[in-house]
Design a binder for this molecule. Sequence first.
Ligand SMILES: Cc1ccc(O)c(S)c1
Ligand SMILES: [Zn+2]
Length: 261
Amino acid sequence: LACCTQNINKAKQQERQNPVPVPSGVRQSPIDISTDDSVYDPQLKPLKISYDPSNCLLLRNNGYFFQVEFEDSKDSSVISSGPLKNQYRLKQFHFHWGSKSDRGSEHTVNNQVYPAELHLVHWNPVKCNNSGEAILSENGLAVVGVFLKLGKRHDSLQKLVDALPAVKHKDAAVDFFNFDPACMIPPCSDYWTYPGSLTAPPLTECVTWVIMKDPIEVSPDQLAMFRSLFYTSVGEKQKNMVDNYRPVQPLMKRTVYSTIP
Ligand SMILES: Cc1ccc(O)c(S)c1
Ligand SMILES: [Zn+2]
């Protein structure tokens, strides 16, 4: 399945044909992570991350954000361990960001907002046949979240930033090869983890979230390039692609676990 939008459209079609329960809203994302309320779990191991840059295929503007899509027919770009019972395959990564630097991330930490947040979306090939099925399956997805803060230029990210002008408008897509997403994972392995949902429609409660404690740095110019994209297609009245984040949702009866004593 080419991308999350297609998956979401397919999921909506499947939902119409054989409706699944509408999310009862007991495990919605994103959330505010209260560090004092999170529970240290000494059994939690570091996440194992193994990506093959040659699986990187395409950069696309899907009208919600830009995403980089990966070949996911084999277990060659995967995550495992940490809170995960199975190995999950990388399908795509994307970002959420603000119109200004005082907003943009979806998750917050003690109500602190970051200017942007990276989501690396993985699906469970043990439970599902493809990523489209995974968004309808409990714990079908594992999404790794990484906060972005303003600072020094992220040299490895520049290859992606330089490609953004080619996907300014909705549905634009270009070949994008040999990019290793591991370059965007912070050196510190500490994370929070909790059961949640997609943060975009159909908002299904299918995600094991792993939110890295440390942010990565990007420069103001790099973030400005994110904001230069459009939600709109060529020929439509241009609408800047900014503020594509969902507000935080109620924690309800969930516990956030952490690797941080
Ligand atoms: C599959 C998917 C779609 C949109 C999202 O924001 C996330 S986090 C995951
Ligand atoms: Zn996301």
